[in-house]
Design a binder for this molecule. Structure first.
Ligand SMILES: C[S@@+](CC[C@H](N)C(=O)[O-])C[C@H]1O[C@@H](n2cnc3c(N)ncnc32)[C@H](O)[C@@H]1O
Length: 245
């Protein structure tokens, strides 16, 4: 290959690589394309989508599972009683802007004075999304009503069930309640809050419609070496979806 041809070839490759990078960063397009795929019981988002919420907020979630549920169930009204950095709010604003929609949104959080264990979101919604603290793995505040307070697992479960019961009250008949939770391993014991809800959660949640496993990426325990773990590393979260009867 002559030198000029080589330069053209290399530039061509570079152009292609740059274009690919630009395309990969077109998050609007990425999310639109993903939404059009059927939702399945396993989701994985290795790269956090920066369009929704604040990636620096500890324990935030990628907004795409939430968006897929809104899309799948054609929800026109949504509530999130533990909205944290506002991932779901941004998601609904994005959907409304991209598709000229008019999905209604309500969001609350203990940090803004809403106590999800004692209060129900005002009104009725097609979808209520709940993303509670995973016990005290991340402490959000020193408010004793915080689900991340340092209490026993039994006490945590009792608060979790209270917040689920409150959230379920705000789901319209035929609507859905989705709760995203992580498992916890502590001093050799394994805790599975999603299973506890499934096996004996509060009444009124409705029919279990789906269990979605979400691969967990970039969490704190990634820094622990594999060889130091006696049991398999937890690398997933569980989203339970209930349909209100
Ligand atoms: C896992 S974070 C939610 C993160 C959110 N999905 C995001 O992407 O930013 C859990 C949230 O629950 C809130 N929280 C804890 N206890 C609460 C309570 N009793 N009532 C309402 N919110 C509570 C915390 O303040 C925190 O923002």
């Amino acid at each position: 290959m002559r030198e000029t041809e080589l330069a053209e070839y290399t530039n061509g490759e570079l152009r292609e690589a740059n274009q690919y990078q630009a395309e990969a960063k077109d998050w609007n397009r990425v999310v639109r394309t993903e939404l059009e795929q059927p939702l399945t019981s396993f989701v994985s988002y290795p790269e956090r989508c920066p369009l929704f919420g604040d990636g620096r907020f500890r324990g935030n979630c990628d907004g795409r599972l939430f968006l897929s549920l809104v899309w799948h169930y054609k929800a026109l009204s949504v509530a999130d009683p533990m909205m944290g950095s506002g991932t779901t709010k941004d998601g609904v604003n994005w959907l409304n802007a991209q598709y000229r929609g008019c999905i209604e949104y309500w969001g609350g959080d203990l940090s803004s004075g809403f106590n999800a264990t004692a209060e129900s979101p005002p009104g009725e919604y097609d979808l209520v999304w709940l993303h509670p603290p995973y016990w005290d793995i991340i402490t959000y505040s020193d408010d004793p009503r915080d689900l991340s307070a340092r209490v026993s697992y039994v006490q945590y479960l009792s608060r979790l069930f209270e917040s689920l019961a409150q959230a379920a009250k705000a789901v319209r008949p035929g609507g859905h309640l989705a709760v995203l939770l992580g498992d916890i391993r502590r001093r050799g014991n394994y805790f599975n809050p999603a299973w506890e809800i499934w096996a004996g959660g509060p009444p009124g949640l409705g029919r279990l419609a789906s269990v979605i496993i979400k691969a967990q990426h970039a969490c704190g325990s990634d820094r622990v070496g594999y060889s130091s773990l006696p049991d398999p590393r937890i690398m997933h979260e569980t989203c339970l979806v209930f349909e209100k009867q």
